[in-house]
Design a binder for this molecule. Structure first.
Ligand code: NDP
Length: 279
């Protein structure tokens, strides 16, 4: 029987631990504060921003919401980021992506001071991760590591394969698994004979953005399968990049969608907000 890795339960544990830390900080007179900027009103972004606000409320983090119009210029956004960089009462800054097409995300990400970059997207933090130094780590891959550790799954010496090499998931995932002494392979759309590579994995992390793409032919008997993908089907149900029903009898443990990696992303964002006080 495959173990179902319960991201909902583990993320709740993390949020409860953070609640304690935030209240201890408050007793010392420190109010953990996150500024969340949303430009435009993309419905998916509004849902994500709403969930982040709710998590902040639960933990006791003060959140400042900046809801800017779709017409906001890059200069105006840069000005706001600069203002928040300079505010001593703001610990973390999050700009909800994607931004409208007329704003270059790269410039905005670079404008956030690395010590308030709770998303871990700034090149400084990405570089720190790659050379094993302290910094903010991208929340989704950090959440995957936490899920594995808290489920008692050892990474040390394991053959780890990642499908997907995006800057926010695949690449930092590779660096984190390497940091935990995994033997890491990262696959992408140009990988030859993907199945042959994924079948080597003791731990397979899938983040390629194609619903139910990974079937049992891609995996080794007894592998641990982490599904980062999120898709809403025509039936309005959520599914991942893995065909859950097809692989379930072959894996030793698996993250479901929903209720696997998804809730961990917000929990790790909250973790980064609390860490930002120390930064
Ligand atoms: P991207 O689209 O940025 O990257 C997808 C990656 O998959 C690329 O590196 C691409 O390769 C690779 N890829 C695509 N098709 C194939 C294929 N047929 N074979 C091998 N590799 C392939 O996606 P993200 O990393 O942003 O997201 C991945 C998934 O994770 C999405 O479903 C997204 O919704 C979900 N997600 C979930 C989060 C959560 O909180 N749970 C957070 C972030 C993302 P190449 O580089 O060559 O194009």
């Amino acid at each position: 029987m495959a173990a179902i890795i319960d991201g909902k339960k583990i993320s709740q544990e993390i949020k409860d631990e953070l609640k304690g830390k935030v209240s201890a900080l408050r007793e010392k007179g420190i109010e953990v504060t996150l500024a969340v900027i949303q430009v435009g009103n993309d419905p998916a972004s509004s849902v994500y921003v709403g969930n982040k606000k709710k998590a902040c409320e639960y933990i006791g983090i003060r959140s400042l919401a900046y809801e800017l119009s779709e017409e906001t210029t890059q200069e105006e956004l840069l000005k706001l980021v600069e203002e928040l960089n300079n505010r001593e009462d703001v610990n973390g800054i999050l700009v909800q992506l994607p931004l409208p097409a007329h704003i270059q995300e790269e410039y905005i990400i670079k404008a956030i001071t690395p010590i308030k970059d709770v998303d871990g997207f700034h090149p400084f933090n990405v570089g720190a991760l790659s050379i094993g130094q302290k910094g903010f780590v991208s929340c989704t891959p950090a959440g995957v590591i936490e899920l594995l550790k808290r489920s008692g799954i050892s990474i040390n010496g394991k053959e780890c394969v990642i499908v997907g090499r995006s800057n926010i998931v695949g690449k930092p995932m590779g660096l984190l698994l390497l940091r935990e002494n995994g033997t890491v392979t990262i696959c992408h759309s140009k990988t030859k004979d993907l199945k042959e590579v994924t079948k080597r994995a003791d731990i397979l992390v899938v983040a390629l953005g194609k619903p139910k793409f990974i079937t049992k032919e891609f995996i080794k008997e007894g592998a641990v399968l982490v599904d980062v993908g999120i898709h809403r089907g025509e039936d309005n149900k959520l599914c991942g990049d893995v065909d859950f029903d097809d692989v379930i009898d072959k894996v030793s443990a698996i993250t479901p969608v929903p209720g696997g990696v998804g809730p961990m992303t917000i929990a790790m964002l909250m973790h980064n907000c609390v860490e930002s006080v120390r930064m």
